[in-house]
Design a protein around this ligand. Structure first.
Ligand SMILES: *Cc1c(COP(=O)(O)O)cnc(C)c1O
Length: 369
């Protein structure tokens, strides 16, 4: 039996009645777009985060895009982020006409190296965009201090960090706005695309509601500034409402999978994820590092175990971003990582039985490397 790096079918089997009831609830509600389910999901998601506002949108990429626009970021502005991220973080910066500026990541946890940010600030810098990568948070205190000192906005990319905490604070509560994705693989995933932005600021929330609705106030059909159609779908909102109640269980299950990997792979020479000080990791992906990564992946194919690489190509090396002119070699940790990391199967419903197969296969491959 193939073991996939991510799989939702066991979870669906367990939650099927609730998911189908959510669909039925929406179909019978009489309002298929921007109805009660979106409204209640937004209220509940904001409530869970103890933040003033949540605005549901159609996906995580547009959550970053609308988040930037709502914070006033646009053409000519620079946004400081990392190249070791999912491409959509950077695609969203490009989509608002701004220029991404990359800093390197740290050698031990692969997160934004906040010590490099101040040197990257220019006259045109408008926003800092830390990515809470793989399920743990970037060190936010130095970013907040820089944002205050240089009058910059701070947008968190929380697509991989639902439920993660940093010195006790939830991801999504530490910036001027935070972008979430509910793509199915995420720690909180819909049965299709979805996203949201949280913000403590009333004016940012107003901007977001217009931006996702053509640029209009809802029920006031005048476009002041042209926006988009980026609404969160009612069906996904209702499914997400139900799943939000189980988010702590999903996180606990992922932590248990991570604990079993750490125990089972402790003495193998594989470098396991390190949790930065003050962080509570949610293990969106379980990223390990080994100098002979490609051989390991090749050999594991014989065991019918799928692996992933997050991410094999740093964004600044992609042809679509060649115009940025970031030379190869300028982000040495990011570039080195890309050739050495890979991800083991990780999802909340991964059974101990399947996980043991992964652990013993990895152990055998490493023993005979
Ligand atoms: C998944 C992801 C996104 C994009 O989310 P979509 O819902 O797929 O558009 C953005 N940033 C990061 C870090 C992600 O992992």
């Amino acid at each position: 039996m193939t073991i996939r790096v991510w799989d939702y079918l066991a979870e669906y089997e367990a939650e099927r009645e609730d998911v189908l009831d959510a669909v039925e609830t929406v179909f019978r509600s009489g309002q298929l777009v921007l109805g009660e389910s979106v409204r209640r999901f937004e209220e509940e998601f904001a409530g869970r985060h103890g933040t003033a506002h949540c605005v549901g949108v159609d996906n995580g990429t547009n959550a970053v895009k609308l988040g930037l626009q709502a914070l006033g970021v646009g053409p000519g502005d620079e946004v400081i982020t990392v190249s070791n991220t999912a491409a959509p973080t950077v695609v969203a910066i490009d989509a608002v006409g701004a220029t991404p500026v990359f800093v390197d990541v740290r050698e031990d946890d692969f997160l934004m190296d906040t010590d490099q940010v101040e040197a990257a600030i220019t006259e045109r810098t408008r926003c800092l965009l830390p990515v809470h990568l793989y399920g743990q948070c970037v060190d936010m205190a130095p970013l907040r201090a820089l944002a205050d000192e240089y009058d910059l906005r701070l947008l968190e990319d929380c697509a991989q960090a639902h439920g993660a905490r940093h010195h006790g604070a939830l991801a999504g509560t530490m910036g001027d706005a935070a972008a979430f994705s509910f793509y199915p693989t995420k720690v909180l995933g819909a049965y299709g695309d979805g996203g949201a932005i949280t913000t403590p600021h009333d004016d940012v929330e107003r901007n977001l509601r217009r931006l996702r609705y053509y640029g209009m106030e809802e029920r006031y059909y005048v476009v002041e500034t042209p926006g988009h159609n980026s609404r969160l779908d009612e069906v996904h909102a209702e499914i997400l409402r139900r799943k939000l109640r189980r988010l702590d269980d999903y996180v606990a299950a992922r932590r248990e999978v991570a604990r079993r990997y750490a125990e089972g792979l402790a003495d193998t020479g594989l470098e396991l994820p390190r949790v930065a000080e003050g962080n509570e990791h949610v293990y969106y992906v379980y990223v390990v590092r080994h100098p002979r990564r490609d051989e390991i992946i090749e050999r594991l194919k014989g065991y019918d175990i799928h692996l992933n690489i997050s991410y094999p190509w740093p964004v600044h090396t992609m042809s679509g971003f060649a115009h940025l002119g970031v030379p190869a070699g300028s982000l040495p940790v990011t570039e080195d990582l890309a050739g050495r990391i890979f991800s083991l199967p990780m999802y909340a419903s991964l059974t101990p039985d399947l996980q043991d197969k992964v652990i013993s296969a990895v152990r055998e491959v490493l023993r005979t490397l």
